[in-house]
Unconditional design. Structure first.
Lengths: 70, 174
C-alpha cells in the first residue's frame, strides 16, 4: 500500500466483495506490523472498512494472515 | 440467490485445517470424513475445494504447515452447533471456522474469483514502476562494487531460506 491516501474505495471501484480468503488484497490494508490500517489511511468507504476489519480478523483466526510481524 | 431452498436452512461456508502430520492422501480422506459428518447432520454440500498444503502464518500446536479445505453447504442453524462440537473435539482437524454467506451459484463464484485476480493484477501494474524508480535512485547513489556484493549475499540468503524450508517440511513429514 502506497503512503499516499487513495481517495476512492478499492472495493467500490473494483466492484469486489470483501473476502477473508483473499489474502493478497487483505495484505494491502495492513501495515508492516500487521495492524489494520484506519479508513482514513486506506481510503476505503466506511461500509467496506467495517467488512474489511472483520475479514482480516477472520483470516487471522485461520492462520492465513499473521497477527503480528516476526 | 436460490429461491428453492428449504425453509429455515441457510448457506454456510466452512474452512478447516488438517494438521501436517498426515500425508496428502490421508488428509484428503479426512476431508471426505469431515464432509461425511456435515452431511450426516442434514446438510447438503454445494461446493467443496481442497487447497492443498499451505504454510501457516503462525505455528498452531507445533504445526508449521497444514492442509486447507473449503466447504459450502445449506443447513439449519441448530444442526450447525453439532458439527461445530464434533470438529472441535476431533484431533484430525486443527482448526475450523464456519461463516454464514449469501447463496452463490457456480458461475457467480467464478466471476468473483476473476474479479479478485484482475484487481490484484491492476494493482501490481501500478506498484511496479514506482518500486523500480526507487531502486534506480538508490543504485545511482551507491558504488557498483558494493551492489554486486549485496546482490550475491541476497541470492545466498534466498537459497538458505529455501533449504531451511525444505528441512522444516521434512521434519514435519516424519
Amino acid at each position: 500500500m502506497s503512503n499516499k491516501k487513495s481517495k476512492e474505495c478499492f472495493f467500490c471501484v473494483n466492484q469486489l466483495d470483501v473476502d477473508y480468503k483473499d489474502v493478497r488484497t487483505l495484505r494491502r490494508f495492513v501495515n508492516f506490523y500487521m495492524k489494520i490500517l484506519p479508513g482514513s489511511r486506506t481510503g476505503v468507504c466506511a461500509w467496506h472498512q467495517r467488512k474489511l476489519t472483520q475479514a482480516i480478523k477472520r483470516a487471522r483466526v485461520m492462520s492465513l494472515l499473521a497477527p503480528t510481524h516476526k | 440467490m436460490s429461491k428453492s431452498k428449504p425453509s429455515g436452512s441457510s448457506r454456510y461456508e466452512m474452512l478447516f485445517i488438517v494438521p501436517n502430520n498426515f500425508t496428502e492422501d490421508e488428509a484428503k480422506s479426512i476431508v471426505a470424513k469431515v464432509e461425511g459428518i456435515v452431511t450426516e447432520n442434514g446438510a447438503t454440500i454445494v461446493f467443496s475445494e481442497f487447497w492443498g498444503k499451505k504454510k501457516l502464518a503462525y505455528i498452531i500446536k507445533q504445526n508449521h504447515y497444514g492442509y486447507y479445505s473449503l466447504c459450502e453447504f445449506d443447513i439449519d442453524r441448530d444442526a450447525l452447533t453439532k458439527i461445530d462440537r464434533v470438529l472441535r473435539l476431533s484431533n484430525e482437524v486443527l482448526r475450523h471456522q464456519i461463516i454464514s454467506i449469501p447463496a452463490v451459484t457456480d458461475a457467480e463464484r467464478l466471476a468473483i474469483k476473476e474479479k479478485q485476480t484482475q484487481a490484484s493484477k491492476s494493482d501490481k501494474k501500478e506498484e511496479k514502476p514506482n518500486s523500480k524508480e526507487k531502486i534506480s535512485k538508490v543504485v545511482d547513489k551507491k558504488e557498483d562494487k558494493k551492489e554486486d556484493k549485496k546482490e550475491s549475499s541476497k541470492a545466498e540468503l534466498k537459497d538458505l531460506d529455501q533449504k531451511l524450508e525444505g528441512i522444516i517440511t521434512a521434519k514435519d513429514l516424519l
